[in-house]
Ligand binder design. Structure first.
Ligand SMILES: Nc1ncnc2c1ncn2[C@@H]1O[C@H](COP(=O)(O)OP(=O)(O)O)[C@@H](O)[C@H]1O
Ligand SMILES: [Mg+2]
Length: 271
């Protein structure tokens, strides 16, 4: 057992969920505990506190590292939520559930942007549907109006990195400023990937190294949806196409993406 669990007085049988790249994650009773070797868990705690996030509990330092506690979110990730749709059940109820999940995720992202923050590493596991709320999690890389501990940001998961951010990652070692437009691309990439189980970039070699994958994204080598979709879904495909525009200025905002998806739901034209 990790000494922090006792120090923090967390109650319950600790379960080690994962340990990767300097991050250790426990579930202890109904508390999530993230411990990082460096400043990132504490940084995330400061972001969650600044956002007044409902699931935030506390954060602090531990030797050279930091920790963060959150209420355990009992929900379904975007990846899992779209799995039944991927399996090919093309029915009105399935279409409605995809559009609803996408609209709710876009609304949650629009709220984050309205608060002045960008996420910087949106991916299918970072959007979680809880009954009555959508949680955008893993805000370790978020950038916003409140000063939080600095680190040199150099991008997130390759599959969901926007083309202009991919180009920056490849062309500079400088700190990268994230943008709402890049988050919209990442959200749509997450929706595309979760529905089709194929990331949006048509990689020359999907097994290639990170720089090669990013180079393909920067070159806007995007899959034609018609070749990877499980079935046709014009309303959803239109939304994905618009928000995966290579030019960030051509993309809808998260709020207008949400509006488009809600309008499709209201008219029922997708059925
Ligand atoms: N508060 C929480 N409640 C429930 N599960 C969580 C919570 N925070 C994270 N998780 C789960 O742990 C996984 C990893 O969390 P994340 O914050 O992305 O950590 P990492 O920094 O290691 O990527 C998430 O994909 C999610 O499944
Ligand atoms: Mg994560």
């Amino acid at each position: 057992m990790h000494p922090l669990i006792t120090e923090l007085g967390l109650d319950g049988d600790p379960k080690l969920l994962h340990e990767r790249r300097g991050t250790t994650f426990f579930k202890v009773g109904d508390t999530a505990l993230k411990i990082t070797d460096g400043l990132m868990a504490g940084r995330e705690g400061e972001v969650l506190a600044a956002l007044d996030a409902g699931h935030y509990i506390a954060h602090g330092t531990h030797g050279q590292g930091t920790w963060l506690t959150m209420r355990w979110i009992d929900g379904t990730s975007l990846w899992d939520a779209l799995e039944p749709a991927h399996r090919g059940d093309d029915a009105p109820a399935t279409r409605r559930s995809i559009l609803t999940a996408a609209a709710e995720a876009a609304e949650a992202l629009a709220d984050l942007h309205a608060a002045g923050w960008t996420h910087g590493d949106l991916q299918p596991d970072h959007i979680v549907f809880e009954s009555g709320a959508v949680r955008i999690i893993d805000l370790a890389c978020a950038q916003g109006p409140v000063p939080v501990p600095f680190y040199v940001h150099h991008g997130g998961l390759a599959h969901t990195t926007a083309p202009e951010i991919a180009a920056l990652i490849l062309n500079t070692t400088d700190h990268i400023t994230t943008t709402p437009e890049a988050d919209v691309w990442s959200l749509s990439a997450s929706l595309f990937w979760s529905w089709t189980r194929t990331p949006p970039t048509d990689y020359r070699d999907p097994q290639a190294s990170r720089p090669d994958l990013l180079a393909d994204t920067a070159a806007a080598r995007r899959h034609d949806l018609a070749t990877v979709r499980p079935w046709q879904f014009p309303a959803f495909e239109t939304a994905l196409h618009a928000s995966l525009a290579p030019d960030p200025e051509q993309r809808p905002t998260a709020r207008s993406l949400a509006g488009f998806l809600r309008a499709a739901l209201t008219t029922g034209a997708f059925e």
